[in-house]
Design a protein around this ligand. Structure first.
Ligand code: CTP
Ligand code: CA
Length: 226
């Protein structure tokens, strides 16, 4: 039975992983965010390191931490800037972060006070799509992996992201699968390769899912070398 620990197929390779949520501030005490814990992305970063890669993890705000070299970021903009610094030298890039798609258009420097009226309308503006932005200019030979978290029309949306974001592999997560998604220790995913060929994985621990994703990545690298 072969383990990464014995073979280390990614020795000499550099890898970049994004993980966790982002927080987009509204004022000094409030922000917009999501339920991501970063658990799946951290497991992938550690599985890549176990396979021999030199890993940089760009990690949004979470109580979890990792044994790999970690850059802590808060906003989508921070995550983009810190990812950019490593993207062009990375052989493997896995963007597992749950990046906020919108941020408050105006960030108040003082706490917003409760007004007399019953309603408050927030103006939001789009953040940059890190994966899409960096994916338009990927270095030759790089393996680029994205995630797709959906609640409906999962396959259609995942394949659209695979195509539009110029990916080699997309990991599709459905929030409808019991035991899958935010804060669980388990996950159930489907992998789609560049040609849209699906591989359904059974429900297993996030560590085991991470190993399967790393195996898919090493398979892609190896298939290019033959
Ligand atoms: N992603 C990113 N930067 C963003 C938004 C998403 O890098 N600003 C990446 C995620 O890390 C993930 C992939 O894009 O690898 C897909 O993210 P997802 O939120 O599922 O898709 P979106 O393209 O943002 O579309 P939507 O949220 O509308 O489904
Ligand atoms: Ca999104």
């Amino acid at each position: 039975h072969a383990h990464f620990e014995d073979k280390k197929p990614l020795t000499g390779k550099k890898a970049l992983v994004t993980a966790g949520p982002t927080q987009e501030p509204l004022d000094p005490v409030r922000y917009i965010s999501n339920h991501s814990s970063g658990k799946m992305g951290i497991a992938i970063a550690e599985a890549l390191a176990a396979a021999g890669a030199e890993v940089t993890l760009v990690l949004g705000p979470t109580h979890l931490s990792s044994t790999v070299n970690t850059i802590r970021v808060v906003t989508a903009e921070d995550m983009l800037n810190n990812s950019k610094a490593h993207f062009y030298t990375s052989d493997v890039v896995v963007m597992a972060a749950a990046v906020a798609d919108y941020r408050p258009k105006f960030v108040e420097d003082k706490k917003i006070k409760k007004g007399a009226g019953d309603e408050l309308t927030l103006e939001l503006e789009k953040t940059q799509d890190i994966l899409r932005t960096l994916g338009t200019d990927r270095p030759a030979g790089q393996v680029l992996v994205g995630f797709s978290l959906e609640t409906n029309n999962e396959q259609e949306y995942a394949l659209k992201k695979l195509r539009e974001k110029n990916l080699d592999l997309i990991v599709m997560n459905s929030l409808n699968d019991p035991g899958a998604g935010f804060n669980y220790d388990t996950n159930k995913v489907t992998l789609f390769d560049r040609n849209g060929v699906a591989k359904d994985l059974p429900l297993k621990s996030k560590q085991e899912v991470a190993k399967d994703i790393v195996t898919a990545i090493t398979d892609i690298l190896q298939s290019r070398n033959v």
